[in-house]
Ligand binder design. Sequence first.
Ligand code: SF4
Ligand code: SF4
Length: 219
Amino acid sequence: MFGTARSFGVTFAHMFKKQVTEKYPEVRKPTAPRYHGRHILNRHPDGLEKCVGCELCAWACPADAIFVEGADNTEQARFSPGERYAADYQINYARCIFCGLCIEACPTRSLTMSNEYELAAEDRRDLIFTKEQLLMPLLSGMEQPPHPMRLGDSEKDYYVKALDNPGLSAGGEMSPNEERRAAAAAGTETEFEQRLRDDAAVREDAKRRPKRGRKQEEK
Ligand code: SF4
Ligand code: SF4
């Protein structure tokens, strides 16, 4: 009897509490700054890719969600400083559990996580994000690879500086919340907001790449 009355008391008390219904998706509540969202493959300030195709992220992943295929840079076609780059890179968000072990394993801070969480899709093949989708868009002052090293003569000039001062990798490692605040202050859109608007086109592009999807499924 007392238990029943107490239960009704809890229900009754809630009738007078402030409602916390969130009007998603019209109003998107900002996440915690260190929320684990979708990944980003970062670039150096001259546009070269930070990823060296080492596959450490793929080996660290407990869900087998990452596929990396490395290849050699040449002086005619250079995508990253140093010897190797990722010719192909995929993350399967149908498998990813957003644990962050991959970004801990990455020796070059190429791979980081954003606060982006809108990853639903009707077809699971659309959840396999390709390198083109994961790569940070070119910011002002960056040049589309392949191109020669612009920041120094050796890979050390890139990676030692970048690790000592991650802020040099402008944009790629800025938290999306910081980026949103900066864009709002400037009255512009963030790179991510622009990318979200292009989402439909990106998904169509992914559908035209069944071969890449099969690679993941065959693993
Ligand atoms: S966040 Fe975790 S599950 Fe997702 S790709 Fe990285 S290591 Fe794998
Ligand atoms: S993202 Fe990092 S760990 Fe993964 S292949 Fe590239 S450099 Fe290696």
